[in-house]
Design a protein around this ligand. Structure first.
Ligand code: RB5
Length: 147
């Protein structure tokens, strides 16, 4: 899988670990920054990652801030993005299976490294189920286009 990844200062430390984790499992990773732990504004990185994912069909994103909340709110403003704010294996699994999420968001201040690894495992190993979920996801995307 190809991942674009970004964070703010509150997600900077785990971002480095997540990049190594993804690469060691054979995924392609593009680090969209930041490149230091200096204070930054999370919407700037949400925009960079979301635009890259929206532009490249089949790619995915990971966005990390303190809570995961700000990143997910900002990412979902970009047309074509379904960013899921997840907390554990189950929510990350359902984000792919039922919502066809293309960006995984979480918070370094609220989720430990073991839980974060399990979320990434779930996100990477789960396919969208389609079927009855397809029409629902299409309705989400129609909302994004019409408002
Ligand atoms: C930064 O202090 C913090 O507000 C940010 O990382 C994030 O949690 C916002 O949702």
């Amino acid at each position: 899988m190809k991942f674009y990844i970004g964070s703010d200062h509150a997600g900077y430390t785990i971002k480095g670990q997540v990049i190594e984790m993804l690469k060691s499992r054979g995924h392609e990773v593009v680090d969209m920054g930041p490149q230091s732990a200096d204070r930054v504004d999370y919407p700037d990185y949400a925009e960079k990652v979301s635009k890259a994912v929206a532009k490249e069909k089949g790619s995915f994103g990971i966005l990390i801030c303190g809570t995961g909340i700000g990143m997910s709110i900002a990412a979902n403003k970009i047309d074509g993005i379904r960013a899921a704010h997840c907390h554990d294996y189950y929510t990350a699994q359902m984000a792919r299976a039922h919502n066809d999420a293309n960006i995984l968001c979480f918070g370094e201040r609220v989720s430990g490294p073991g839980v974060i690894e399990s979320m990434i495992d779930a996100f990477c190993s789960t396919e969208f189920e389609g079927g009855r979920h397809t029409g629902r996801v299409e309705k989400i995307m129609a909302l994004q286009k019409s408002h």
